[in-house]
Design a protein around this ligand. Structure first.
Ligand code: TXA
Ligand code: MG
Length: 317
């Protein structure tokens, strides 16, 4: 098991030595290593069992530091950075040579983000290198939103988990890139795209039905529990047998065991639903159930990102 604690100097020391530390962010926990140290970056891929073609996000604590690693920041990106960083927004920007190709899987853009968590911001401010950090889960599984989630799955592979409590947002950052004056959303996430559009105008949604790993972020099957998950609209959801678990939006399902039901938000608040999504899914996965029936949430605002995760967690009908 990893040591879990709040000691920034311990985290810093491991990172300087090229070792990995799990760090809290407002979205999900990250599996962090020195982004400029190829050995550290390699061990991120190893520990996560992540294919080398799936690039990593680098994290720093300011726009000024981002500028060290990218060769240009388009005007729209600057506007977004000033408004939403620190926050659940990742931007794809042209990389400088200082960023190892290993981090970007050979792409000429690098994904950058300033996360909004006080402990991690303090840590980043105190480091002379950025942190490469994918979500701290084995590749393909549900992302961790609490320190014990990380410990359960990667605890025997890393020395330290920096304990920042539960992640407030609960789903990964929204990823955007810029091409020919267009803003392209590669992954729906914790920043509502309406907020982006109200600032810089319309965005283009990149469809992610592809299994082409070069298409950013977006392997089709992802965020998945071990139990098969089936998706329903509420009006077509019926109770299964006594080994069925239920992930529901705001109210329990009559005729099914309450013990095996989890609600995302009794008040129909999509922020709360996002916050609870992965933790509830993980809990259901750990119950003695053989399948999970999940309800789609209203498809607006953060609901789009939640439904995207549910879709990718589900088995094809
Ligand atoms: O909220 C988050 O973004 C969390 C926290 C820890 O910051 N991180 C996270 O990382 O979700 P990860 O590795 O699980 O997902 C990052 C996604 C990957 O699917 C990857 O394909 C995409 O970002 N990505 C990274 N660099 C890219 C690039 N240069 N071009 C396109 N996609 C990229
Ligand atoms: Mg991930």
């Amino acid at each position: 098991m990893a040591v879990t604690g709040r000691d920034l100097s311990v985290a810093k020391e491991f990172l300087i030595k090229g070792e990995l530390v799990a760090i809290p962010t407002e979205t999900v926990y990250g599996l962090a290593g020195n982004a400029l140290n190829e050995k550290a970056v390699l061990s991120i891929f190893e520990v996560k069992n992540r294919p080398a073609f799936d690039p990593l996000i680098i994290h720093t604590d300011s726009i000024e530091k981002v500028a060290i690693y990218v060769s240009g920041i388009p005007e729209k990106a600057r506007v977004l950075a000033e408004k939403f960083w620190p926050g659940p927004l990742t931007m794809l920007l042209p990389k400088k040579d200082i960023v190892p190709d290993l981090v970007t899987s050979g792409l000429d853009t690098v994904a950058v983000r300033v996360p909004n968590h006080p402990l991690t911001l303090a840590l980043l401010a105190d480091l002379t290198f950025p942190l490469a950090a994918p979500s701290a889960n084995p590749f393909g599984y549900i992302s961790p939103t609490a320190p014990h989630h990380v410990d359960q799955q990667l605890g025997n592979r890393i020395p330290y988990i920096l304990d920042g409590g539960e992640c407030e947002v609960g789903i990964e950052s929204t990823i955007v890139g810029f091409e020919h004056d267009e803003t392209i959303v590669y992954r729906l996430g914790g920043l509502d795209i309406n907020e982006i559009e109200s600032l810089i105008g319309p965005v283009v949604l990149m469809p992610h039905s592809t299994s082409d790993p070069k298409a950013p972020g977006m392997l089709k099957s992802h965020y998945a529990p071990r139990k098969p998950l089936h998706l329903y609209r509420r009006d077509s959801m019926t109770p299964g047998d006594e080994t069925t678990g239920y992930l529901l939006f705001d109210r329990y399902l009559e005729g099914a065991d309450r013990q095996f039901q989890r609600l995302l938000s009794p008040t129909r608040d999509l922020k709360e639903a996002a916050h609870n999504l992965f933790a509830n899914l993980r809990e259901l996965d750990g119950l003695p159930v053989s399948e999970i029936k999940a309800e789609l949430v209203p498809s607006s605002g953060l609901g789009l990102a939640i439904n995207d995760r549910l879709q990718r967690a589900s088995v094809p009908a």
